[in-house]
Design a protein around this ligand. Sequence first.
Ligand code: G3D
Ligand code: MG
Length: 201
Amino acid sequence: MGATVGKGVSLLENLPPNQSLHIVMLGLDSAGKTTVLYRLKFDQYLSTVPTIGFNCEKIKGTTGRAKGTSFLIWDVGGQDKLRPLWRSYTRCTDGIVFVLDSVDVERLEEARMELFRTARSPENSGVPILVLANKQDLPGAKDPSDIERLLGLNDLGPNHLWHVQPACAIIGEGLAEGLDALYEMILKRKRLLKQSKKKTR
Ligand code: G3D
Ligand code: MG
């Protein structure tokens, strides 16, 4: 069966079985993105410095249906002067991880704006979003239902699948589950794309 890669065909549908899924990790500076990346990669806490540019690691899922699946995760610097770069990293991604500091209520609105800017850009249309509600170990951390409401995730509309996962990156809690939830959303999107293609045939 010679599949032709035509215009409008998603990258995902043509992905060979053992190739990595491309994931980009975004979020404001100091939300915990780099901590998440190295916790997933080395299963240990590594102290971080603010990321200038990006870090990239290949990670294997350890739980659920994502077990054994490879994810190539890009951790892009979150300082405001670096955010215009996000656009170039979010082309052709299979999923977005948006890391949030669950105690930083002062910057929640800023985080919401960046999340929506990313979600609404045409190249990210329909890309599933995992919101990692990080730093759940700290007193005053907002729980997932508060975060869902405060970020106004329902306003993302039916175009995006999303999920809020509580996490603590320094000990690694919630990270494998979050990756599995993202994988499930990626599979679901793939199914939906297939169905809608059949309908238009
Ligand atoms: P960034 O890559 O999103 O900019 P970093 O964020 O991974 O560099 O983390 C920023 C700070 O948050 C680091 O502390 C890191 O240890 C801390 N952090 C990350 N995840 C958690 C968490 O789950 N709980 C708590 N309590 N802290 C976390 P420092 O002190 O090095 O700036
Ligand atoms: Mg960083």
